[in-house]
Write a protein that binds this ligand. Sequence first.
Ligand SMILES: *[C@@H]1O[C@H](CO)[C@@H](O)[C@H](O)[C@H]1NC(C)=O
Ligand SMILES: *[C@@H]1O[C@H](CO)[C@@H](O)[C@H](O)[C@H]1NC(C)=O
Ligand SMILES: *[C@@H]1O[C@H](CO)[C@@H](O)[C@H](O)[C@H]1NC(C)=O
Length: 354
Amino acid sequence: MAKLLVLTLLGLGLKLFRDYQSSYETRLHAFREVKPVELPNCNLVKGIETGSEDLELLPNGLVFISSGLKYPGIKCFEPTKPGKILLMDLNEEDPTVLELKIIGNTFDLSSFNPHGISTFIDEDNTVYLLVVNHPDLKTTIELFKFQEEKSLLHLKTIRHNLLPNLNDIVAVGPEHFYGTNDHYFINPYLRSWELYLGLAWSYVVYYSPNEVKVVEDGFDFANGINISPDGKYIYIAETMGSKIHVYEKHANWSLTLLKSMVFNTLVDNMSVDPVTGDLWVGCHPDGMRILFYDEKNPPASEVLRIQNILTEEPKVTLVYADNGTVLQGSTVASHYEGKILIGTVFHKALYCEL
Ligand SMILES: *[C@@H]1O[C@H](CO)[C@@H](O)[C@H](O)[C@H]1NC(C)=O
Ligand SMILES: *[C@@H]1O[C@H](CO)[C@@H](O)[C@H](O)[C@H]1NC(C)=O
Ligand SMILES: *[C@@H]1O[C@H](CO)[C@@H](O)[C@H](O)[C@H]1NC(C)=O
């Protein structure tokens, strides 16, 4: 009898395990094939070999790129070198990247590990760059002022106990932002279980010097966050949920969910076209390959364009897809005057005509 009970419990355990295994694989789109969608005149950007996780395009065609992310469980080609912020000018015929010099060093550059970045331009056209940093796997936000002589002046470091594990931010002022907390730096075991079971512990925080609050929670890995050109709507990419959520932003900074769109790919991050309001989304069609790196079977890349997201019938187009032969693990894309720049978690960056 006792034996039978043990066997039954064991069987039950195995069944639970298999159910979780299959739901995990479904959530990760583990076995999805990627059919290539090519674009004309694509070139890999010279000087980017260790990731271009974050791109932030200014209306004048200058783009900030964070490179060299060290993220637990994700591949990094230069694990011992600090990360950097690069600048590219998309107005040039054959744009190259320049590493921005950081001055006014009030933080430790040797442990600089830049992740999400965002810019804010004030009335006098001063450009502030906010960078999520993970020194020693902790989270800080570094605030910089962009200087004409192509350097970044470090102004301050922001820390808060409601910002333990930031992924991405979107600035609504030089020291005001919304950020996604994905938990992935706190504890690798917790992280694995959270990912595996889909516990949806991730949340979104509003930060200002006077008020810090959680504005939304229960995400299955909240990742990219961005804002509509008129500043009225916030977009959040829920990576493991394969969803993009549209929120209305209120005067008191709270958010109300308007709609959620579901995709058959893991949406990482999105940029918003300042002219048309279109979303350009970097996606991971096969989540297993991004989490378990194998150079013989590298992670694929996909870019979606979403037009008219606020209307009843948004138009979604698969603009680019590659099985990892050219570009591995796309995170985001930015559109500028008929061309797109596609960034990746740890690989290269690709610049194509549309
Ligand atoms: C997401 O994309 C935006 C817009 O291009 C960029 O500013 C931000 O740094 C990106 N963040 C992450 C975590 O990929
Ligand atoms: C914030 O404003 C919205 C819209 O006016 C309102 O529904 C909500 O209750 C307010 N939230 C708080 C916490 O005051
Ligand atoms: C990816 O696609 C290319 C060209 O279509 C093909 O040659 C290659 O074998 C594919 N690689 C994988 C890993 O599927």
